[in-house]
Design a binder for this molecule. Structure first.
Ligand code: PXG
Length: 285
């Protein structure tokens, strides 16, 4: 069954969903995106994802040629057209076709693309036993160079680190910022637990402010677990009682080994397990 893709203003079969080879999204990674999940027919925090898409576009001076309401409808329509009630949605906005030169003012027709598909989660074993990750030598790009808060189509920084993780036999890799502080993983935010308290790097550490991260901070608050945004070093991670990652694709996933150091007991801890269960309940509520 060919998938149905939303392109600009209508649903088309995937074979007809095409972008120009002159599109600056392709030529320069000039565009923005979002990854969303739908659970039992409802998109989790749709408005937050659309707000972040708009913020990313604003930051790169890209005018999205439609309204937030129309994009929300396009997301739901695309899921429905593909008969997906539990699925993954990729929202992409490119700068559009232009000349073979950087000048964004010489582009026309930004492209709005909505793709819906099934989601492939990490194997269940990782959720039960926890992940092993390594620190990548590739630093997170500095905010002053390109803010990690922008979810842009230029993901090479993350991909370079992901390659290092895969090289080491890990599905994720920890990224440090230019100061050597812990930032985040290649497609997930990071949390640690120390003395019953939740700690996570602040936006200034050079991270994407994950929507799952925000949800987990709210769940912690509701559960009476103190949560602080604070700069973290690798020492803090190595000596933490627990560690876990959050992301749209991963949800909440325990980490039990970082750079060969066993974290806590080497099995998912109680705070991680509690928040993982609470998140599971929240998205499926
Ligand atoms: N950091 C980075 C760099 C990300 O790209 C997150 C954190 C987590 O954010 P959310 O809002 O999802 O909680 C992301 C999100 C994929 C994929 O295909 C990656 C993300 C989201 C969805 C799918 O690997 N990254």
């Amino acid at each position: 069954m060919p998938r149905i893709v939303f392109m600009n203003d209508r649903l088309v079969p995937e074979d007809e969903a095409r972008v120009s080879v002159f599109d600056h999204g392709l030529l320069y990674g000039d565009g923005v995106f979002e990854g969303l999940r739908s659970y039992s027919g409802r998109v989790f925090r749709l408005d937050a994802h659309i707000d972040r898409l708009w913020a990313s576009a604003l930051a790169i001076s890209l005018a999205i040629p439609t309204t937030k309401e129309a994009v929300a409808k396009a997301v739901n329509d695309t899921l429905a057209a593909n008969n997906l009630s539990d699925g993954y949605v990729r929202l992409v906005v490119t700068r559009g076709a232009g000349s073979l030169g950087l000048d964004p003012n010489r582009t026309r027709n930004p492209q709005l693309i909505v793709i819906a598909d099934t989601i492939s989660l990490y194997p269940e074993e990782f959720y039960e036993k926890g992940l092993r990750i390594v620190t990548a030598a590739t630093q997170r790009v500095q905010s002053a160079a390109l803010s990690p808060r922008i979810k842009s189509l230029n993901y090479l920084n993350n991909i370079m680190a992901k390659l290092e993780g895969l090289q080491a036999g890990c599905v994720e890799a920890l990224m440090l910022n230019h100061k050597g502080e812990v930032a985040e993983c290649t497609g997930d935010n990071v949390f640690i637990v120390r003395s019953g308290r939740l700690l996570t790097p602040p936006p200034e550490a050079g991270i994407l402010e994950g929507i799952t991260r925000n949800a987990v901070m709210e769940l912690a608050h509701a559960a009476g677990i103190e949560c602080r945004e604070t700069p973290l070093t690798r020492y803090d991670v190595y000596t933490a009682d627990e560690c876990f990652l959050t992301g749209t694709a991963a949800e909440v996933i325990p980490v039990v080994d970082v750079d060969g150091r066993r974290i806590g007991t080497g099995t998912p801890g109680p705070v991680t397990s509690r928040l993982k269960a609470d998140f599971h309940r929240l998205v499926r509520a």
